[in-house]
Design a protein around this ligand. Structure first.
Ligand code: PEP
Ligand code: MG
Length: 315
């Protein structure tokens, strides 16, 4: 019965009572874009651009980048593509953006901090994105990784808009930005929660260490509190807040995230059908209640169990 229900779950994401929750794809390059473009998704919620250049010894030229971005945008004519500017870090080292060894790379000069030290790399990327956006009919949104505060958000937003790219956002993956989302979101058009890093920084647990998986669980009630703060701050500004961390692809967590006020969920395309089905079985009010139950729990296991006990039995 569940398989049949899943087959029939197609089209835009929405709750049982019709509140829209956009279902988007996470991609890392042209091949992913072609595959996701043919899938039943509403667009791209996270294009990890650093993945394209992991084996480049030298910085890619504007022309080279523009051609790659054009190929990524092409399958998404009329649909949204959220592009994240380079997020080099310990987990994703870029030879041409190497700032030297660091004692604590996760807390170092990664993400937008790299762009601040190497504005030449950011400007080349923005120019290429602007060229490629002009060559296709995709709705191109640009966001920065690892934004800590409103000043960084404003600095990035000005640079993006100066390049003729009208829709600019920030990833919310540092707890400081989530706690101060009211101010951060005033500077930009949208936010996207990176729950992988948000869990790492909220719980002070290195995401590269498998032994710490329990602390990194996105069901940690503290992580959900931080997500709630980000969604509230966006809501006060009338700005959309989405999620592009892996947790968005967990159908039960997707209900909680929708209930916290997140209006888009971006995930591996293979997860979309399950999440769409879960949303379609619950009203928005039920999602709000599930979010409340999860945040009221004492442990991650209790949070998940409380949601599972209250959600539709066929999930
Ligand atoms: C995240 O941190 O949740 C995220 C989506 O970005 P990445 O996994 O690429 O750091
Ligand atoms: Mg991240």
């Amino acid at each position: 019965r569940r398989a049949r229900a899943l087959e029939h779950a197609t089209g835009p994401g929405s709750t049982l009572d019709g509140k829209q929750v956009k279902l988007l794809a996470n991609i890392g390059g042209v091949d992913d874009a072609v595959a996701a473009g043919a899938a039943d998704v509403e667009g791209v919620g996270l294009f990890r651009t650093e993945f394209v250049f992991l084996s480049s010894p030298t910085a890619p030229t504007v022309d080279d980048q523009a051609e790659i971005y054009r190929q990524v945008f092409e399958p998404f004519e009329g649909r949204r593509v959220v592009v994240r500017t380079l997020d080099a870090g310990a987990d994703k080292p870029l030879a041409f953006a190497d700032l030297g060894a660091e004692e604590n790379p996760a807390l170092g000069r990664r993400g937008l901090r790299l762009s601040a030290e190497r504005p030449d790399l950011l400007d080349a990327q923005l120019e290429a994105l602007s060229v490629a956006a002009g060559q296709t009919g995709a709705d191109v949104w640009v966001m920065a990784p690892m934004v800590a505060d409103a000043q960084e958000a404003a600095w990035f937003a000005r640079r993006v808009r100066e390049n003729g790219l009208p829709t600019v956002g920030v990833m919310i993956e540092i707890p400081a930005a989530a706690l101060r989302a009211g101010h951060v979101m005033a500077e930009v058009d949208f936010g996207s929660l990176g729950t992988n890093d948000l869990a790492q920084y909220t719980m002070a647990a290195d995401r590269m260490q498998g032994e710490l998986a329990e602390l990194l669980d996105p069901w940690q009630p503290a992580v959900l509190d931080v997500v709630a703060s980000a969604a509230e701050g966006a809501g006060r500004n009338g700005k959309p807040m989405g999620v592009c961390g892996e947790s968005a692809g967990d159908p039960l967590m997707a209900l909680v995230l929708a209930g916290l006020g997140c209006s888009s969920l971006s995930m591996a395309p293979s997860r979309v059908a399950m999440v769409r089905f879960a949303l379609s079985r619950h009203t928005f009010a039920q999602c709000v209640r599930l979010a409340h139950l999860a945040r009221s729990a004492r442990t991650p296991a209790d949070a998940r169990a409380a949601v599972l006990a209250e959600c539709a039995p066929d999930l």
